[in-house]
Design a binder for this molecule. Structure first.
Ligand SMILES: Cc1cc2nc3c(=O)[nH]c(=O)nc-3n(C[C@H](O)[C@H](O)[C@H](O)COP(=O)(O)OP(=O)(O)OC[C@H]3O[C@@H](n4cnc5c(N)ncnc54)[C@H](O)[C@@H]3O)c2cc1C
Length: 633
C-alpha cells in the first residue's frame, strides 16, 4: 500500500466512525448488512484463532497470524511498557517473554462495534483481557493477517474507576453523630497528606501535564501530591507572553474526564486555559501544593523510596513517596544563549519565556533571535504594538498555515466535522496511537505535499522575503518534527504575512556574533540597533530537570528524554520507536517523565497512571524491552 493509499484509507475509515448501531441505522441495505457480516466473520475468525493460539501458549501459531511487515503497539497490557514490536521476529520475542505471565483471553470485536473494510484492509475495534486487566485495541488485517495491532490497558481488574453506576454516593443517608461533610473530609486530607501520611506518588510540576496525571491518579485512589512552584494552577500558561493562544484547536486539547464545553473557542487564549486548569484542579479534588518548589530528590535503593525536599510557605517539608514523576514541562527549561557582550547590553534582554508582552516597546527597536513559534508570536505582537521589529533566523524553519494544518492535517480526527460524524476524543486518540511510528512519516508526507501545493504562492512569497523554509528532513512536516525533536516550526496564525510583506524585518542565514551596548551584531557584520533583545531560542530536554533536582548521575542513567531515534536533525538514532523516556519505565526505578502537548498528556496519562496504580497494589509489572540509553540529553 502506498502512502497516498494509506492516507485515503485512513481518511475513508474516518468518514463514519460511529458505533455499529449508529452505522446500521445509517446504512441498512440488505447487501450492506451481508457485507458487514462477512467482514465481522473474517475479523472474528482471526481473533478466535489468535485467542486460541495465545491461550494455548503456542507462540509460533500466534506469530503465523501476523503479516511479515506487521506492527504491534502495546500500551502497557503485555509489556508493562510503551513499546512497538516491528515485524514477526519482535512479536515472537515479546510473546516468548511475556505470554505466560500475561495470560490474554476473550479476544473479540469490541461490544457495539463492527469490522469495516477499505481498500482491502479490514479493521475493527477489539477488546480482550489479561490476567490482571481489561484491554481495548484496534486491529487492521491485510490479506487475512494482522498488519497493525494496538493493545491498550483500559483498567486493572478489581481496581476499576468509580464512575457511571459505580460513582460515589457523595452522602451517607441515615443519621450519624460523627458525620463529616465532604468539605471536612477534603480539609482533613489536605492537613494530613504529606505530613502525617505520605503520598504514594509525588508529581513535580503542576502544569496541564501534572494536573491531568493527578486527575487520573485521584480516580484510581493513588495518594498523590502535585508540587508547583507557581502560586496557582494555570500560571505556567498565564505567565507566557501576552498574545499567546493555543496553537492546537479545542478538539485536540480536552483534558481527561471533563471535556471543554461546546462553546469553548477553537484556540484557547492562554489566560482562559489557565482559568480552566485552575477550575479543573479544584473540581477534580487534586492535592495541589502551589507556591511550593521541589529543591532536591534522592532515591534510596534499599527502601525503594524517594526523599523529596520541598519548600512550602517558606518551610522545608520532606516527602517520602515511592514514585516520583517529573512533569516539569518539555517547553520549560529555557535555552539561553551565551553571546559575547550580553553583560554590557544596555537595553532589555530576556528569553521568550520571560517576555512580558509588547506594551512597553512602542516605537522601540526590538530584535528577536529565533524563527519558530514563540519568535513569530512575539514579533507579531511587538509589531502590533508599534515596535520596529527584526527577526534573526539562523537556519531553516518549517511553517504551515493554521487553516491548512487544521483542514488537511487534523480534520479527520480532531474537528467539528469529525465530532459530527461520530468520532469521539478517545477513539481519535486510539486511531492516532494505532499508526506505527515507523511508518507515520509516510502518512504525513502526502499531507504536507498537499499543503505545499495548496499554499504554493504563500511559500513563494516567504522565500522571496528571504525566509529559509524546510518541511522536515524527509518532507514529513510538522507533526513528525514535533515527535522527533519538539521544535523547528511555526504554525502560522498571521505573523508570516508580516514577514512576507516586510513589516517584520528579517535577517536570515546569519547568527549573532555579539551584543554591544545598543546593538546586536550579526555574523555578516550587520549591526542592528536594539532597545530590546528577545532570545526565542527554545527549550532543553527534561533530562536537565533530573540533573538539577536529583543528580547528574541519575540524569545520565536515564538519558535523553523525547525523540524517536529517527536519525534526523536533533533526533539521533538508533531507532527507539517510541518517545524516549516518556510515560514509561526509565532506567531509574521509581522515576517517570510525563508531559507533551494536551493531546499526549490526556492520552498517555491513562497508561502512566495504570502503571503507577499497579505498582501501588503490588501487581507484578515485569517490564519488557526497557529502553537502552544512547544519548545523555
Ligand atoms: C509558546 C508556547 C506555545 C505552546 N502552544 C501549545 C499548544 O497550542 N498546545 C499544546 O498542547 N501545547 C503547547 N505548548 C507546549 C506547552 O508547553 C504544553 O502543552 C504545556 O505547557 C505543557 O504542560 P506541562 O505540564 O508538561 O509543562 P508546563 O506547563 O511547562 O508545566 C511545568 C510546571 O512545572 C513547574 N516546575 C518546574 N520545576 C519545578 C520545581 N522544581 N518545583 C515545582 N514546580 C516546578 C513549572 O513552574 C511549571 O508550572 C506551547 C508551549 C509554548 C512555550
Amino acid at each position: 500500500m502506498t502512502p497516498r493509499e494509506l492516507i485515503a484509507f485512513v481518511g475513508a475509515r474516518l468518514q463514519f466512525a460511529g458505533t455499529r448501531k449508529e452505522r446500521s441505522s445509517a446504512i441498512g441495505t440488505r447487501e450492506d448488512i451481508m457485507l458487514d457480516k462477512a467482514r465481522d466473520g473474517k475479523m472474528s475468525n482471526l481473533l478466535n484463532a489468535l485467542d486460541k493460539a495465545l491461550s494455548a501458549g503456542e507462540v509460533e501459531r500466534a506469530v503465523e497470524l501476523f503479516q511479515t511487515d506487521c506492527y504491534w503497539r502495546d500500551l502497557v497490557t503485555f509489556t508493562w511498557n510503551i513499546k512497538t514490536m516491528e515485524g514477526r521476529e519482535q512479536v515472537r520475542d515479546m510473546l516468548r517473554a511475556r505470554l505466560a505471565d500475561t495470560k490474554p483471553s476473550n479476544w473479540k470485536i469490541a461490544d457495539g462495534e463492527e469490522a469495516s473494510e477499505t481498500d482491502g484492509i479490514i479493521e475493527s475495534w477489539i477488546q480482550f483481557e489479561t490476567e490482571v486487566a481489561r484491554g481495548f485495541g484496534h486491529v487492521r488485517l491485510k490479506d487475512g493477517r494482522i498488519w497493525t495491532l494496538l493493545t491498550t490497558m483500559s483498567e486493572l481488574k478489581g481496581h476499576e474507576e468509580a464512575m457511571g453506576s459505580d460513582r460515589p454516593m457523595g452522602v451517607k443517608h441515615g443519621a450519624d453523630r460523627n458525620r463529616k461533610t465532604w468539605k471536612e473530609g477534603r480539609e482533613a486530607e489536605a492537613a494530613e497528606l504529606g505530613y502525617s501520611r505520605q503520598p504514594y506518588c509525588v508529581i513535580v510540576g503542576g502544569g496541564q501535564g501534572g494536573i491531568a496525571l493527578g486527575a487520573r491518579l485521584r480516580q484510581l485512589n493513588v495518594p498523590t501530591i502535585i508540587i508547583e512552584k507557581n502560586e496557582r494552577p494555570g500560571d505556567s500558561w498565564r505567565k507566557r507572553y501576552k498574545s499567546l493562544c493555543l496553537h492546537d484547536p479545542v478538539w485536540y486539547d480536552h483534558l481527561p474526564y471533563l471535556p471543554f464545553p461546546r462553546n469553548w473557542p477553537v484556540f484557547s487564549p492562554k489566560d482562559k486555559i489557565g482559568d480552566w486548569l485552575e477550575m479543573y484542579t479544584k473540581v477534580m479534588e487534586l492535592n495541589y501544593w502551589g507556591s511550593t518548589e521541589c529543591k532536591k530528590a534522592s532515591y534510596d535503593e534499599k527502601s525503594r523510596e524517594w526523599t523529596v525536599i520541598v519548600q512550602r510557605d517558606g518551610k522545608e517539608i520532606v516527602l517520602k513517596p515511592k514514585q516520583l514523576v517529573l512533569a516539569t514541562g518539555m517547553s520549560a527549561k529555557a535555552n539561553i544563549p551565551n553571546f559575547e557582550g550580553m553583560d554590557i547590553f544596555k537595553g532589555d534582554q530576556h528569553h521568550s519565556s520571560q517576555h512580558p508582552g509588547p506594551d512597553q516597546y512602542k516605537n522601540k527597536k526590538a530584535v528577536v533571535i529565533g524563527s519558530n513559534n514563540s519568535a513569530h508570536d512575539i514579533c507579531a505582537a511587538l509589531w502590533e504594538a508599534g515596535a520596529d521589529v527584526t527577526m534573526v533566523q539562523r537556519s531553516t524553519t518549517h511553517v504551515v498555515k493554521s487553516d491548512s494544518l487544521m483542514e488537511l492535517g487534523l480534520a479527520s480526527l480532531y474537528s467539528e466535522q469529525a465530532v459530527q460524524s461520530g468520532m469521539t476524543t478517545a477513539k481519535a486518540d486510539l486511531i492516532f496511537a494505532s499508526l506505527p511510528y515507523k511508518i507515520l512519516h509516510e502518512f504525513q508526507i502526502p499531507v504536507y505535499n498537499a499543503i505545499r501545493e495548496r499554499d504554493a504562492d504563500y511559500y513563494k512569497r516567504l522565500e522571496k522575503a528571504g525566509f529559509l523554509l524546510d518541511y522536515g528532513d524527509d518532507d514529513s512536516g510538522l507533526f513528525m518534527k514535533y515527535l522527533r525533536r519538539g521544535s523547528g516550526y511555526y504554525i502560522d496564525v498571521g505573523a508570516s504575512e508580516l514577514v512576507a510583506n516586510g513589516s517584520i524585518r528579517l535577517k536570515s542565514g546569519v547568527d549573532v556574533k555579539k551584543l554591544t551596548e545598543h546593538s546586536v551584531v550579526l555574523t555578516d557584520g550587520t549591526a542592528l540597533p536594539a532597545d530590546l533583545v528577545v532570545y526565542a531560542t527554545g527549550y532543553g530536554s527534561m533530562n536537565g530537570f533530573a540533573a538539577d533536582l536529583i543528580s547528574r548521575e541519575v540524569a545520565d542513567k536515564v538519558g535523553k528524554v523525547w525523540g524517536l531515534g529517527s536519525n534526523t536533525t536533533k533526533d539521533p538514532g538508533p531507532w527507539e520507536g517510541e518517545q524516549r523516556n516518556m510515560w514509561k519505565p526509565t532506567q531509574q526505578e521509581g522515576l517517570w517523565f510525563h508531559g507533551g502537548n494536551l493531546h499526549q498528556s490526556r492520552h498517555y496519562s491513562q497508561f502512566l497512571s495504570l502503571q503507577l496504580k499497579a505498582r501501588m497494589e503490588g501487581i507484578p509489572t515485569p517490564v519488557y524491552g526497557l529502553q537502552k540509553v544512547h544519548h545523555l540529553n
